[in-house]
Design a protein around this ligand. Structure first.
Ligand code: BDP
Length: 698
């Protein structure tokens, strides 16, 4: 197996005998493309899993029928008079029922897309060997836009991509539609993803030219039956670059008209086009501030252009100014909070999970909860820019979950980030009909296994499941995924889930323990670079973030330091302001702490730091042992690749530990704690390593 089939492998199931009586025939309409996709998926899945061919019937004539549809598409479902009304367009019911006197399993929805989602759910039940007796399932997604952000360039280079080239073969589009696009759509629909931004946020204006609109339209046609709407990243200066205008000032009538015309042109080609994603005035990208205007001026101008077509504008809050020398962690809040309530109702502001940049661990972004009148969309990074690229096994479910469960306390205890994202926390203050959503920076590429490694598929999967329901547990998701992806045998699943659940924490330990952050190699972010200093911007260096000196280490963001803590609600601010109350995982994020500060373990800070680095490496050794023990129980091809990647991970974890310890010891000026091995090389060796061809760089 090469991993192409993802979690939709549909290999013969050990427990097939128990399921077969529930899958004797299929009653499913086939008059629309979505209905055809639903029927085809059920036939493919069930015949693979059960080794039987289901008879497709117009009505249920025997026990064990699977009956799928909407009240409009299926007379049998209409006759059941199920309460489908409050399911919306995408929700569904799965029920054990009697139809014409026969035992049946019913998948019912209001719309074809809900039925497709229900079909994938039923397949998941079978794949994970759950009983199909007495089913009574009701599912409605908690967020409306569940979106992937591809950071794919038109030349197929993927920014921060570690899985080969872009999946989009722009050159051969619109004529050649790779079958991969359909499999991409199936995989996404299986986890409820319903939107995709095809191109990089560092956008090329070319994407909006007629030739590329036509190519995007061809992709939209493939994705549409699976409920996936296409969005495009828009370059703010496009009116100048491809429109021949003198400027891109959002208040200039000619600029407004240009975007209106552009929107009309796109909607002609893609009637259900989702809208624009915009990165503006961030990291050198053009934006409204170039003309003395605000983010709201820019977003609203574009929102007005897509509004007549039902489009959205998703405006990113990942901004930090070129001029401000202030703590970078504070800048998005400073720029956006004053704009709360000033955006059009079809604008969403997309906020990264943390205020710096997709680090192995960050406290939740202080914007969550701070803009009660603006729909905020979560932005997670599925691709592992800062977590070891494709070769390190790091299951991101716990990272996503930790952020979603974080308590902003803005409306008292229990004001979780998940409740900000699903709109429930600010239901009274958000604009009427405000949209909710989550975005994940995709880890998908042209590699045969899609994500560059077998285990990185789990991050795509977990992201989708949490976008559908931000309250799910990452452990449950790991169980599901491992069963579908590797084996339904518990003796395989449990060790794999065990490996996965601690894997992200291990990366934190061997890269950036105790709240350290942004210590990766300069610009490519491969390997350790705590010594990185100088260059164009202080906040692109490591020394800016760790601030190590003879007296201690860490970034003082308290009220005595940068004051970033004050951007959180008072109870959270008070907690982070107090070194004793700050959770240890954020210690050096918020505090500059002396080397002999006593940590919770009783070890002095220096000893604790070294201990964490070693603990991270040990965890990887443990994963290798566990994985070796699964040889012969997982197919050889995938087993061998994972084993090799784990060996790479151990080597690189050791490199991270050794280089970091060698570097920080020059400040701590203390011996290594007893029993800790010295770094394999001297510091200058680590500093001398260069990786000009590391993948994924901008
Ligand atoms: C950083 C990446 C950079 C992206 C930027 C962004 O290093 O390549 O362009 O975020 O999100 O994580 O815009």
């Amino acid at each position: 197996e090469d991993g192409y089939d993802l979690w939709l492998r549909y290999r013969p199931l050990a427990q097939a005998d128990a399921v077969r009586p529930h899958a004797t025939q299929l009653v499913a309409p086939e008059t629309t493309p979505t209905q055809s996709a639903t029927r085809a998926e059920l036939l493919r899945g069930l015949s693979g899993l059960l080794g039987t061919d289901l008879a497709v019937q117009p009505t249920a004539t025997a026990d064990g029928a699977i009956v799928v549809g909407t009240p409009a598409s299926s007379p049998a479902i209409a006759a059941l008079r199920l309460k489908t009304k409050d399911l919306g367009r995408e929700g569904y019911l799965i029920r054990s029922a009697r139809i014409d006197g026969h035992r049946a399993t019913v998948i019912a929805a209001n719309d074809d897309i809900g039925a497709l989602y229900g079909a994938f759910h039923l397949l998941r039940l079978v794949q994970t060997a759950q009983s199909l007796d007495a089913l009574d399932i009701r599912e409605v997604p908690r967020t409306q836009l569940r979106m992937l952000n591809h950071w794919d360039n038109l030349n197929r280079h993927v920014e921060r991509g570690y899985a080969g080239e872009s999946i989009w073969d722009w050159h051969k589009l619109p004529d050649y539609l790779s079958p991969r696009y359909t499999d991409y759509a199936r995989a996404n629909a299986s986890i409820g993803i319903n939107a995709t931004v095809l191109n990089n946020v560092n956008a090329s204006a070319q994407q909006l030219t007629p030739m590329y609109i036509e190519k995007a339209a061809a992709l939209a046609n493939v994705l549409r039956p699976y409920g996936i709407r296409v969005f495009l990243s828009a370059r703010f200066s496009a009116p100048v670059e491809i429109g021949g205008l003198k400027n891109a000032d959002p208040l200039d009538p000619a600029v407004k008209q240009w975007w209106k015309d552009k929107a009309d042109e796109i909607y002609k080609a893609i009637p259900d086009f989702g809208g624009f994603l915009v990165k503006a005035n961030s990291e050198g990208q053009p934006g409204p501030q170039d003309y003395g205007r605000t983010h709201a001026d820019g977003a609203n101008m574009m929102a007005d252009a897509v509004k007549p077509h039902g489009g959205k504008v998703i405006w990113r809050a990942f901004v930090y100014s070129h001029e401000t020398p202030d703590d970078r962690a504070k800048q998005a809040w400073n720029e956006f909070v004053p704009l709360d309530g000033k955006f059009r109702d079809n604008v969403m502001v997309q906020v990264k999970n943390g205020a710096i940049d997709f680090q192995p661990r960050e406290p939740f972004h202080p914007l969550f909860g701070a803009m009660p009148k603006t729909p905020l969309m979560m932005e997670f990074q599925i691709t592992k820019e800062y977590l070891g690229f494709a070769t390190h096994l790091a299951y991101l479910g716990p990272l996503f979950e930790e952020t979603l469960r974080a308590d902003t306390q803005v409306r008292g205890p229990g004001s979780t980030v998940a409740k900000v994202i699903d709109g429930s926390l600010h239901a009274g203050t958000l604009p009427k009909g405000a949209i909710t959503g989550m975005a994940g920076v995709a880890n998908i590429g042209s590699d045969r296994n899609w994500s560059g490694s077998h285990f990185d598929q789990a991050n795509w999967y977990a992201y989708g499941r949490l976008a559908w329901n931000p309250y799910l547990s990452s452990r449950d998701i790991a169980q599901e995924w491992a069963r579908m992806t590797f084996s339904s045998d518990d003796a395989v699943v449990q060790p794999i889930v065990g490996m996965m659940m601690g894997s992200r924490e291990a990366v934190v330990d061997y890269m950036t323990p105790l709240g350290l952050h942004h210590l990766m190699g300069r610009s490519h972010h491969y390997g350790p670079g705590p010594w990185v200093e100088g260059g164009p911007r202080a906040d692109w260096t490591s020394v800016y973030y760790h601030r190590a000196s003879k007296d201690g280490i860490g970034f003082d963001r308290t009220t005595h330091g940068s004051g970033a803590v004050s951007q959180y609600a008072p109870p959270v601010a008070a907690q982070f302001d107090d070194v004793k109350k700050t959770p240890e995982e954020f210690l050096l994020w918020f505090h500059h702490v002396p080397w002999d500060y006593t940590t919770k373990s009783g070890r002095p800070l220096w000893g604790e730091l070294v201990h964490r680095y070693s603990q991270g490496v040990d965890y990887v050794r443990g994963m290798r042992r566990t994985w070796d023990g699964l040889k012969g129980r997982v197919d050889d091809e995938r087993h061998a690749q994972v084993a090799t990647f784990l060996a790479i991970q151990e080597k690189e974890a050791q490199w991270w530990r050794d280089a970091s310890i060698a570097y920080f010891q020059t400040f701590a000026q203390r011996p290594l704690p007893e029993g800790e091995a010295p770094p394999a090389h001297a510091l200058d060796y680590y500093e001398s390593l260069e990786f000009p061809f590391a993948p994924g760089n901008g």
